[in-house]
Every structure is written in C-alpha cells, then in structure tokens.
Design a protein around this ligand. Structure first.
Ligand code: NAD
Length: 284
C-alpha cells in the first residue's frame, strides 16, 4: 500500500480542481491536471499562474517558489496518463459521472493507489459501490477557495480501511490543511449545516421578504464573512444547486432542503456565478 504520497492527479479543472492543483503543487507534489475540456485546463493553469503572481507581488511567495510550483503542474490530455499515488476526483456534482471516473481510475491504477472524491454531497459508500477495491477509496472534501480554506473533511466510506484514512490525514496535513474526520452521510458536516444558509436565503427572496443584496448586506453586518448570494456566486450557482438537489433527494425529499425555483432559473439561464461572469451579481 502507498505509505506516503509522492504524486497526485486532479480530475476536473474547474473551480475546485484548479485550487486543489495549486495547493498540492505549492506543497511540493507533482500534479497532473485533467479535464474533458482542454480549454478549461488551459484557463485553470492561467488562473493558477495569476494567483501565484499576485502572491509574489504581495510578498507571500518568492518568484522561485512560484516558478517551481507552476512547473510541477502538468496539464494532461489523455486520461491514461493519470497513474499516480493519489487521484482526486473534482468533476461536476453528478453521481453517474463521478462513478464513471473513479471506476476508470481504479482500472488504470495499481491496487495501492488511493482514490478520493471531492464531492460535496454524495455519500462515499454510494460512489464506491461501483468499485472492486473499495478499501482504498474515501472522501477528501476541500472548501472553496481550496488554497485558502484550512478545513478538509476526510470521509470514510463503509469499506474505507484504516490505512487509507491514515495516509489521507497525513497528506492533508502535508498540504497545510486541518483534516477532520466526518461520517459518511449526505453533505457530511459542513454542507449539511450550511445548506439552510442558502435555501432559507433563497426562500426569503422568493417570498418577497427582502432582496438578495439586502440579505447579503445584513448577514455581513451580523458577522458572516460573505452573504449567501455572494457565496453561491463564488461556489458556482449550478454546483450549489446540484448539491442542494442531491441532499434533498438523499434525505427523502426533506422539505428543509427543497431546491429553489429562483436558483433553478439562474442555472437554466447560464448565470452560474463568478465563473460565468454573471450569477446573482455581475462580474467583469
Ligand atoms: P465546476 O463546474 O467548476 O468544474 C467541474 C469540472 O469538471 C468542469 O471543468 C468540467 O469540464 C469537468 N468535468 C465534467 N465531466 C468530466 C469528466 N468526465 N472528466 C473530467 N472532467 C470533467 O465544479 P466545481 O465547483 O469545481 O465542483 C467540482 C466538485 O467539487 C463537485 O463535486 C462539487 O460538489 C465539489 N465542491 C465544490 C465546491 C465549490 O465551492 N465550488 C466546494 C467543495 C466541493
């Protein structure tokens, strides 16, 4: 079994994938970054470069550290190149896509490769149901922005073994994170608590009680770092909606998790937040 991790693959180069690639590269790991859309991988690499340049300008990083980190990330166009010690799945929040990816990763990699999902909502045991070697699969849930947020939830599926959990905990620490073990339940800990922050805020606007900007302002004044609508734009309105829908279904149509029509409309209109230039707010 892999005792310590020497190289990493990140599958999905969107909001989370690019941040995870950046932070692993900065921590010294060679990273292979893959996405079905090569343009997205290019955009991700450009975003990582820009972030690191900003860090250099702010004196948080030396120019050499920046160059070395950038040199550690390889954009990979062929899935078959993803042979590594740990493969981090960070693709869209769709169960069947995640299962397809982890199953392909399992076929491609040696038995001691650890495969993890960055899912926000799907139970790890459910994703793992398609795998032959479930013991080496777990959840490794980063928060957005991945290079900044300290917390990482480590989620053991029913079959995840102690070794996998131990290696992942050490890995999370090695990239500067604070790993916390979470039980395998839909949304784990943080997303389950946070769901109502979004769902209730959307309801307030749908009911005409207030408008989204006022809700954001109010919550910021009352101590939150960001309002729910700003946060949905940062996360991705589509991703946030997919997570709510997944949790609503996983909890047997629990009304408190009911997805919002207003949010559905934003998704349908392509107003996915910062990444698409428009969500609840507009971005230039
Ligand atoms: P995103 O929409 O920004 O990016 C998803 C990427 O997956 C896209 O670039 C897409 O091209 C790629 N993709 C889709 N199918 C693929 C496939 N078959 N193979 C390879 N790439 C594929 O989404 P995101 O916000 O980065 O979310 C990714 C995962 O991380 C989701 O499971 C989400 O729930 C989770 N997550 C998101 C956040 C957040 O704040 N956005 C936080 C924590 C966890």
């Amino acid at each position: 079994m892999v005792e310590s991790i020497k190289n990493v693959a990140v599958i999905g180069a969107g909001t989370m994938g690019q941040g995870i690639a950046q932070l692993c590269a900065l921590a010294g790991y060679p990273v292979m970054l893959y996405d079905t859309q090569p343009d997205i991988t290019k955009t991700a690499l450009a975003a990582v470069r820009k972030n690191l340049e900003t860090a250099v300008e702010k004196g948080k990083l030396s120019a050499t550290q920046k160059d070395e980190a950038l040199a550690r990330i390889t954009a990979v166009g062929d899935f078959r190149q993803l042979q590594v010690d740990v493969a981090i799945e960070a693709v869209v929040e769709k169960l069947e896509v995640k299962q397809m990816i982890v199953s392909e990763l399992e076929k491609l990699n040696a038995i001691d490769c650890i495969i993890v999902s960055n899912t926000s909502s799907f139970p790890i045991t459910q994703i793992a149901s398609v795998l032959k070697h479930k013991s080496r699969f777990a959840g490794l849930h980063f928060f957005n922005p991945a290079p900044v947020m300290k917390l990482v939830e480590v989620i053991r599926g029913a079959a995840t073994n102690d070794h996998t959990a131990r290696v992942l905990t050490a890995f999370a620490e090695s990239i500067g994170k604070i790993p916390v073990m979470a039980l395998d339940s839909p949304g784990f800990i943080v997303n389950r608590v946070a769901r109502l922050f979004y769902v209730e805020a959307l309801k307030i606007v749908e009911d005409g009680v207030s408008d989204f900007k006022t809700v954001d302002q109010l919550l910021k004044v009352s101590g939150f770092k960001m309002g729910p609508f700003q946060l949905m734009d940062l996360i991705g309105v589509d991703t946030n909606f997919a997570v709510t829908t997944s949790m609503y279904n996983a909890f047997h149509q629990e009304p408190k998790f009911r997805p919002s029509r207003l949010q559905q409309q934003k998704v349908d209109a392509g107003h996915h937040g910062k990444k698409s230039g428009k969500g609840f707010y507009e971005y230039s």
